[in-house]
Design a protein around this ligand. Structure first.
Ligand SMILES: [Fe+2]
Ligand SMILES: [Fe+2]
Length: 165
């Protein structure tokens, strides 16, 4: 996904989406060869949990508190936002289940997490963000830009590249 056409207030979130998609890609690719390899699965699970704590939790919060909130008055955005919030809860729940995993459940849990995170990011990039760009007022966008920078920074680089490897 290119950030070139994104509204500038959304660019840090879009950069983080790229990092999230990398995590999904590693999981989807690795799963083809390692689905029965418990060492590999545990290591991936550990990385997913650490990625959630270091990046994703704050990302989801920033979207809900800043972007979704700024879009409240936009007609037609409500249903998509409700779905996305639901997906945020499900992502957090899946990470909780990864923390308490029994080995046999790791592969399906990781797959479910990767499927959900990927489709979630796509929905934000293809549905929600374009809706934001069509409708947001310059004043709201200015507020979003400042707050996103305060909360997650520019996201020019992944915080912990090792988690994306
Ligand atoms: Fe999200
Ligand atoms: Fe997102």
């Amino acid at each position: 996904m290119k950030t070139g056409r994104r509204h500038e207030s959304l660019i840090p979130l879009s950069r983080e989406h790229q990092y999230g998609l990398l995590v999904c890609l590693r999981l989807h690719r690795g799963m083809e060869n390692h689905r029965a390899d418990l060492d590999w699965l545990s290591e991936r699970a550990e990385k997913v949990i650490r990625f959630f704590e270091s990046d994703l939790r704050m990302h989801l919060e920033a979207e809900e508190e800043i972007v979704f909130r700024a879009m409240r008055g936009i007609e037609g955005a409500g249903a998509t936002i409700a779905e996305l919030v639901d997906e945020h809860r499900n992502l957090a729940r899946l990470v909780d289940r990864l923390r308490q995993h029994e080995d046999l459940r790791l592969a399906p849990l990781l797959r479910e997490f990767a499927d959900l995170l990927k489709s979630h990011i796509r929905k934000e990039e293809r549905v929600l963000f374009p809706c934001y760009e069509r409708n947001i007022s310059p004043r709201e966008a200015g507020h979003v830009k400042r707050r996103v920078l305060e909360v997650i920074g520019s996201a020019m680089k992944p915080k912990h590249p090792v988690l994306l490897e």
